[in-house]
Design a protein around this ligand. Structure first.
Ligand code: ADP
Ligand code: MG
Length: 471
């Protein structure tokens, strides 16, 4: 088969098998360079694209090649930078894909739910295995592991188990992961996971519909009862009473109970003494804010699960800037995915920095782990940032074109080279295509004047410095 036809046939098959986002991101500019014997050589527009195909898509690629052309045995990859600016290889496949599948933002994944669990809100994606363990959550994780092993056996080691910690530190992940693990070990176990709020609503509904007995029976027939966010019970006396009775029954029959809350039992002052003391009968384990290394590992795990490739410096940037609530992490990663889908470019500190600026307009960002040394090392870093920010090609910044926007962006680059890198006018002139030092000096003065008079210019400079990690 002729090589273009072969590649096209493979692309058509792939487009049916992987998500549209993946297909666009990783295959749009890949070309089949050569076929000979059983070997196929694919050219990729970037190093990252090549690594991605080699590491993540190798098997699916080979099997689809074989389906079209059985003699194909092995794939080789190379980088061809000129492909980055090339046309899409088979425009009609990509165009068709675009039409066929309605646009779906990645931040609403279809969540798989285990029907066997007595809850429609347990997500399969949470497991004890994909929970990253660091010093801050090690104890809570170990306790959940232990409980999932002994959940159906008596005597119980830790009953109830009480996990507590601030928002977005992984309590729900641990609880649902434990529920999944218990079900995995004992497929017939009756496990109820519920949030305190839903639990209360069920009680209210059962009272209204005169079905309280039914509800009681349901809760008291479980093997494991897991209640999340129990701080919500504060001040809800009727619900507390119901829970108190359920607790006593389950406890008496040695059924496992697990709670999570934002505070330890002793601080849940709106909960009756007798219930509060029972919550503290077993083992309490806290989760603290994860440190940098743990955050970095969580970012790696999450992005892997999402099929999102993040360069190491971007991972570090995110780890440095998401400090106390990991829920934001998922938001940020979803936005990065959405942007890749649109721009087809791999994420950079600059592009991710923009997302952070949008979502946290009033914060200063740390450019990298070591904010003192910063990430801006040379003129290239500044040119890349400016080119990204103003959406002008780097070659224009280095050139001599007189278009107003370009001159403006170019002069700002010089200013930043001067201020951040402390370069001399001569050195800047040399790096910007061999310009005279007086040209540079005048350009910088002009921008300095302008930024004093014009707040928009001042804002651009400020934002760029933030992107570049200097305040
Ligand atoms: P909480 O219930 O404590 O408010 P969540 O369990 O909802 O927090 O966690 C928020 C997000 O952070 C979830 O996406 C969760 O998967 C993730 N997360 C938190 N801690 C970890 C961890 N140690 N490993 C992996 N993901 C984590
Ligand atoms: Mg939670």
């Amino acid at each position: 088969m002729e090589k273009d036809a072969l590649w096209e046939a493979v692309l058509v098959r792939l487009s049916e098998k992987i998500s549209r986002m993946e297909f666009f991101t990783w295959f749009q500019k890949v070309r089949l360079k050569d076929v000979s014997g059983g070997a196929v050589l694919l050219s990729c527009p970037t190093e990252m694209n090549k690594n991605w195909l080699e590491n993540k898509y190798y098997n699916i690629l080979v099997s689809n090649f074989k389906a079209v052309s059985p003699e194909v045995e092995k794939l080789y990859f190379q980088v061809d930078l000129s492909l980055a600016d090339s046309e899409v290889a088979c425009p009609h496949i990509f165009a068709e894909k675009e039409k066929k599948s309605p646009r779906k933002m990645p931040n609403r994944p279809d969540e798989k739910i285990d029907e066997g669990l007595e809850s429609r809100i347990i997500q399969q994606k949470f497991s004890l295995k994909n929970f990253i363990v660091g010093a801050e959550n090690q104890f809570a994780h170990a306790a959940c592991m232990a409980v999932s092993e002994t959940s159906l056996k008596a005597p119980k080691k830790y009953n109830p188990l009480f996990i507590y910690g601030g928002v977005g530190l992984g309590k729900t992940h641990l609880l649902q992961g434990t529920a999944n693990e218990i079900r995995h070990r004992n497929p017939n176990a009756r496990v109820i996971y519920n949030t305190a709020e839903r639990f209360m609503n069920e009680i209210i509904k059962s009272i209204r519909e005169k079905k309280t007995e039914e509800l009681r029976r349901r809760y008291r027939s479980v093997d494991v009862l897991i209640l999340d966010d129990v701080q919500f019970f504060e001040g809800k006396e009727r619900t507390q009473e119901e829970l108190f009775n359920t607790f006593n029954d389950l406890f008496e029959f040695q059924k496992q109970i697990i709670f999570a809350s934002d505070r330890p039992p002793s601080e849940l002052l709106g909960i009756s003494d007798r219930l509060r003391s029972r919550m503290g009968w077993g083992l309490s384990a806290d989760i603290q804010i994860p440190n940098y290394e743990t955050r970095l590992a969580i970012i790696q795990e999450k992005s892997k699960e999402m099929g999102l490739f993040l360069p190491v410096d971007v991972q570090e940037f995110i780890a440095a800037n998401i400090r106390s609530n990991l829920r934001e992490l998922e938001n940020i990663l979803n936005q990065i995915l959405a942007e890749i889908e649109i721009s087809k470019l791999s994420p950079t500190i600059q592009s991710v920095g923009k997302i952070f600026r949008k979502t946290h307009p009033n914060e200063n960002f740390i450019a990298s782990r070591d904010a003192k040394t910063g990430i801006v090392k040379n003129t290239d870093d500044i040119i890349t940032a400016i080119s990204d920010y103003f959406q002008v090609p780097a070659t224009d910044l280095l050139g001599t074109g007189r278009k107003k926007e370009i001159v403006f962006a170019r002069q700002i680059s010089w200013l930043l080279c001067k201020e951040i890198l402390r370069m001399s006018y001569e050195a800047i002139g040399k790096d910007f295509g061999g310009k005279n030092h007086t040209t540079i000096m005048h350009g910088i003065r002009k921008i300095q004047d302008l930024s004093r008079k014009d707040s928009a210019t001042a804002r651009h400079i400020h934002a760029l410095k933030k992107d570049l990690g200097v305040k």
